[in-house]
Ligand binder design. Sequence first.
Ligand code: ATP
Length: 304
Amino acid sequence: MIRTTGLTKRYGRVTAVDGVDLRVPAGARFGLLGPNGSGKTTLVRMLLGLVHPTSGSVELLGHAMPRHAATVLPRVGALVENPAAWPHLSGRTNLRLLDAAGRGGRRRDRRARVEVALARVGLGGVDRRPVRAYSLGMRQRLGIAAALLRGPELLLLDEPTNGLDPRGIGEMRDLLVALNEGGTTVVLSSHLLTEVEALCTRVGVMDAGRLVLTEDLDALRVPTGRVLLRTPDPAAVVGLLDGQVVERSGNVLVVREDDPAALNTRLVSAGIDVTELAPQRRTLEQVVLGLTGSGSDRVDGRAR
Ligand code: ATP
């Protein structure tokens, strides 16, 4: 679906994207992560042919970009930075104009397409107020609706939850998962790790312009060899397991153990109640913070 080779963009002395070899398979929900200034936006812009690479190449849906933009872009929905819109017109009118410029077809079908797109992003009941009176969240939803108009095979979204409140973020997540399950490949950039963790199946991590990791989320979140345990009788557990308990906070213990099932059996056989037991996993935040740092756009010289 996406294949870049040695993709590089320099702005004067700044290398915004540095030799990126990115592969995104069809059907993925792919999250591009990285601190501010690590090059995510520049990369997404190059994928869409909005920024010309200094060197390297981009293939989208099997075609070289930007040479075949006219063939490829009608099959791609994109939201990059502030969604463009005519501010004095309503969201509905904006979408109708965009749709008329794109797919054509009978007027009734075009109108229906716009209503479907508005409904999908939670703007079905929107009134006639002009877009300039929209909240940031509404603009963001309108931008996604515009991206959906063409029924895209690939959705490329730069920070899609920018400006959305927690409920809006949840709705966006449900929408993107539903679209993905309907066959659309979803690629989004974000610096919100929890959002990517909840939404994506595969992640790429950018740091200082380089793609420092591409991995399935499941593989990243391997168990740490520790088990989180909640019990009404922590003292009994400490007594039984002795040196295996590495942390204790109230009724919650962290136990060094590779086999949670065996631990459970051992505790239950000793007559100890267990209310919760789960293998501890690395969070995406721990993975990413371990990989990045130098790429932040901080200018005070301190690592985060
Ligand atoms: P953010 O999360 O803050 O949007 P990002 O990961 O998307 O960051 P980019 O916006 O791609 O990062 O920027 C990468 C680097 O390239 C930054 O150092 C930025 O200042 C620089 N840069 C981006 N666009 C330009 C430009 N048009 N001219 C000069 N430098 C640029």
